[in-house]
Design a protein around this ligand. Structure first.
Ligand code: ZN
Length: 148
């Protein structure tokens, strides 16, 4: 934790960021960083080195810098990588579920018990991609008429 309080600002400075504020709390630290006039981010991390949570509010580049600092100063970088991999797997699962609902395996669902029919089926809008209720006639996001 203490090492990260030093490491994180160093990483940001090396990447061309200015550390505006460091706010240490009992079990967490918050940093406010900025780059140029436009890019700004708030980094908040907490927990023990084995169980860190990192939140980055703002630029995606700030997230990368914060992650690099974390990985390098973490006592157990493997755990952190594991956490990141887990996030990736979760995202893939979501994609798989969507493919499963609308893709070639859609028939498999109809072979299941009757309760399946009562579930609200969400379909993606052809224009904006927002998910909408199967019974909706227009997209609640963009207002386009449903064509499926
Ligand atoms: Zn739409």
């Amino acid at each position: 934790m203490e090492s990260l309080q030093k490491t994180l600002p160093e990483y940001f400075q090396r990447a061309g960021w200015t550390v505006e504020k460091v706010l240490p709390f009992t079990n967490s630290v918050m940093f406010e960083v900025k780059k140029g006039f436009l890019e700004k981010a708030t980094i908040h991390f907490q927990g023990a080195p084995q169980d860190l949570t990192l939140e980055v509010d703002g630029s995606g580049e700030a997230m990368d810098v914060a992650e690099a600092a974390l990985t390098d100063s973490c006592d157990n970088p493997a755990a952190l990588v594991g956490y990141k991999e887990q996030k990736k797997i979760e995202q893939q699962e979501v994609v798989k579920n969507i493919v499963g609902m609308f893709g070639p395996h859609a028939q498999a669902a109809s072979a299941q018990p009757m309760t399946v029919e009562k579930e609200v089926v969400m379909i993606p809008c052809k224009y904006c991609g927002a998910l909408m209720d199967d019974t909706a006639t227009v997209c609640p996001n963009c207002g386009a008429k449903r064509t499926l």
